[in-house]
Design a protein around this ligand. Structure first.
Ligand code: CO8
Length: 263
């Protein structure tokens, strides 16, 4: 199924996996206010779709995932406009992180600035051998404003994040894998297939269980073990009120495949 209602996004849904592509090739898929608004709307649409159980976020064309926020648009901003833009950016990326299914970033080409931050808001990143990552904002006299100062150190560690953000350097896919940002580096022509394969595996699991696990993973990140443990226990127990948990466990006992209904 295709959805062509967006000017700067392509959306396809096939076998419970959504592929959402940012498509603004003349600016290397840079995010302006319009792209951000469409992204927010698409995320809300996908959140409400019972048939979507995993998502891939990628960039259209062969050069770029997202080359950052739109620098030309920002060059005229004052403080109030910058605050509005960054607030909207935070809202959209937080909404991506809060989607009740896994989100895989498939990164080919540039994932710089806001592009790197967008990938950081996904659950995991697969990169092509041509991917380039970085937070070059200080080179422009800016800072990462869509969660980079927050999510990057959580994913690659404090020291590595300080190096990335303060130096504005660009890193290749293998370097990004070495610091734990990227899960797999793939040939360009295998990237999307591998992302679809992995998303497909995730989409076949119990959807309520995957959603619950995701919620526990993110909601406990800043808590101590005791507080986090309470949240995990409650989430574990709550699943026993669902038909899917009964189906999954009984299917094992009865030596058959489980048929999950998301109920
Ligand atoms: N914004 C606007 N236009 C861009 C951007 C961008 N981030 N990146 C590329 N473009 C445009 C170029 O201007 C050019 O347009 P035109 O053909 O009309 O001149 C076109 O894309 C192709 O780009 P280049 O000719 O520059 O291609 P090169 O292969 O020579 O270089 C690079 C590719 C290295 C990616 C180069 O374009 C570049 O350095 N881009 C900027 C990268 C960058 O600094 N990104 C960070 C931006 S700041 C940011 O993201 C802040 C996020 C936090 C705020 C968000 C709040 C919501």
């Amino acid at each position: 199924m295709s959805n062509l209602d967006y000017d700067h996004l392509d959306l396809e849904i096939d076998e419970n996996v959504a592929v959402l592509s940012i498509n603004r090739p003349k600016a290397l898929n840079a995010i302006n206010v319009e792209v951000l608004s469409e992204l927010g709307a698409a995320v809300e649409t996908l959140r409400g779709r019972q048939d979507v159980r995993a998502m891939i976020l990628t960039g259209a064309g062969d050069r770029s995932f997202v080359a950052g926020a739109d620098i030309a648009q920002m060059s005229d901003y004052g403080q109030d406009e910058a605050k509005t833009f960054a607030t909207q950016g935070h809202q959209v990326l937080t909404a991506i992180e809060a989607l009740p299914f896994p989100v895989i970033a498939a990164v080919n080409g540039f994932a710089l600035g806001g592009g790197c931050e967008l990938a950081l808001a996904c659950d995991l990143i697969l990169a092509s051998e041509k991917a380039k990552f970085g937070q070059p904002e200080v080179k422009l006299g800016l800072i990462p404003g869509m969660g980079g100062c927050i999510r990057l150190p959580r994913k690659i560690g404090h020291a590595a994040a300080c190096e990335w953000i303060f130096s504005a350097q660009v890193y290749d896919a293998q370097q990004a894998k070495d610091v734990g940002l990227v899960r797999e580096v793939l040939p360009v022509d295998k990237l999307l297939d591998r992302a679809k394969e992995l998303a497909g595996v995730m989409a076949k699991q119990g959807p309520l269980a995957v959603a619950a696990a995701k919620k526990v993973l993110y909601s406990t990140a800043a808590l101590d073990s005791a507080q986090a443990g309470v949240i995990e226990v409650d989430a574990f127990a709550a699943l026993f009120n669902t038909a899917d948990t009964k189906e999954g466990t009984r299917a094992f006992v009865e030596k058959r495949h489980a048929h999950f209904q998301g109920k």
